[in-house]
Ligand binder design. Structure first.
Ligand code: TRP
Length: 454
């Protein structure tokens, strides 16, 4: 690699910088918007239980696998597979990741746009005074079916993402996360405490935390696993790419552990806000809809002293959390174009971002902006195909590649740099070789069977 290319790639300033960036990638709308929606649509506490198991047994395994591969190859996903197994179809997994990332970003940025819209709404005082569930639902419906507003905020999010990515890894990503993510965490804890002390909160907690095993089925398991990949930013090469910027002296195991832990903590806390608030407002645990969080958060702010300020701050921080995720999604195609095609970061970010914007148009119109797209529910469809199934497929092949093509021994050698002991080695090896691939295969086959037999 020559000097100019090296400076186009960039590297993390320190271990802490990487941790913040990876945590910033993981924590986002997946935790605060998608997780509660999934819980409410998939049987409540059973889903939560399977989700935690999926993170601990499979998500952590895949995270460590991706970081290890990335740091070893020092490359984007396509380049990483090519580096270890040149001139083989394995690099297709990298391409699948790039494609998946662009499609995820296309609907993710639409929802991030909702958060931005809600920031302005809350700041303007629209949720002041007593907000009923009906009012809150109506405000969301009006907002999300107005194509001008949805497009405006979607475009702003994409523009910001392109801007940050084109400025490069160091200056772009690190700066954002250091102060604002801890602030978001504190605010969420604070909101959870308020929600738990609302009258009637208990019913919501029961739905959220007391498993009803009669609701367990293969769809619940698939969605829990897919959500684990989505929330941890796995299965499409984000963590391979971020891993490629980590220094050889860093401990990959503790990094993967920290990112998995903090991401799960935020998701669980978001549920502790949503479900008690739902119960308090007299709505049953499992109200459907892809916009659950956007309908429920205004209700809790209206129950608080200074709710307008907390609400505004919350949506501002949610936007930041979303943007640290959107940049990690766009970084993957950009790293590919910079590494493999020798493009400048500027050109790569602009082109990949613009294509993503075009692909996002149906999702942006699917919440009421245009009847055709609303009927098909493009946003929901994209979320399942790319934000779930495609990530599971990607994660499966990443495990197989590490375990059987590259080899656990060589991976462990890479992990040993920065963590010479690696006490979890037997467990990780077992999971990456057998448990994780087997679980993903069984779930996918069961799903395919179900689809075929109706
Ligand atoms: N994990 C992020 C969230 O929960 C979204 C995200 C960022 C992502 N990068 C990703 C999802 C890569 C899947 C793959 O909001």
């Amino acid at each position: 690699m020559d000097g100019q290319q090296l400076s186009q790639r960039g590297a993390w300033g320190s271990k802490v910088a990487f941790i913040f960036a990876a945590t910033g990638s993981a924590i986002g709308l997946g935790n605060i918007w998608r997780f509660p929606t999934m819980v409410s649509q998939n049987g409540g506490a059973v889903f939560v239980l399977i989700y935690i198991l999926a993170v601990a047994l499979i998500g952590f395994t895949v995270m460590l696998a991706e970081l290890t591969l990335g740091r070893h190859a020092q490359k984007n996903p396509v380049g990483a597979f090519e580096y270890i197994k040149p001139h083989t179809p394995w690099k297709l997994i990298g391409y699948l990741g790039i494609l998946t990332g662009i499609f995820i970003l296309s609907f993710y940025a639409v929802v991030a746009g909702w958060a931005l819209g809600y920031f302005f709404k809350t700041a303007s005082g629209i949720f002041k005074g007593k907000v009923t569930p009906e009012m809150s639902n109506q405000i969301f419906t009006e907002f999300s079916s107005d194509p001008i507003q949805v497009f405006l905020f979607f475009a702003i999010i994409m523009g910001l993402t392109i801007f940050i990515i084109s400025k490069g890894v160091k200056k772009g990503i690190e700066k954002w996360t250091k102060i604002l993510m801890p602030m978001l965490f504190i605010l969420i804890v604070f909101l959870a405490v308020r929600a738990l002390t609302l009258p009637g909160a208990g019913q919501g907690i029961t739905f959220y935390l007391k498993p009803d095993f009669s609701k367990l089925n293969v769809a619940v398991v698939l969605f829990a696993l897919g959500q684990a990949f989505f929330s941890l930013s796995l299965g499409m090469g984000t963590m391979i790419t971020y891993g490629s910027y980590i220094s050889k002296s860093d401990n990959l195991v503790s990094s993967a552990g920290w990112v998995s832990f903090s991401d799960t903590l935020i998701a669980l806390l978001a549920g502790l806000i949503i479900f008690p608030t739902l119960a308090f407002s007299g709505q049953a645990g499992s109200v459907g809809g892809d916009a659950l969080a956007f309908k429920v958060f205004p209700l809790i702010f209206s129950e608080m002293q200074g709710g307008q300020i907390f609400g505004t701050l919350f949506f501002a921080l949610l936007c930041v959390a979303a943007i640290t995720s959107t940049i990690s999604l766009l970084e993957v195609p950009v790293a590919y174009l910079v590494d493999e095609r020798n493009w400048s970061r500027n050109k790569a970010a602009l082109l990949a971002g613009f294509i993503t914007f075009l692909i996002g148009i149906p999702a942006a119109l699917s919440t009421g902006g245009m009847e055709f797209f609303t009927k098909i529910n493009f946003l929901g469809l994209f979320a399942i195909i790319f934000g779930n199934i495609s990530l599971a497929v990607g994660a499966l092949f990443i495990c197989i590649f590490i375990a059987y093509i590259w080899g656990v021994k060589k991976a462990v050698k890479e992990i040993h740099s920065g963590n010479p002991r690696f006490n979890l080695r037997p467990l990780w090896a077992f999971s990456v070789k057998f448990l994780s691939p087997a679980a993903i295969i069984i779930i996918l086959i069961t799903l395919i069977k179900k689809i075929i037999t109706g």
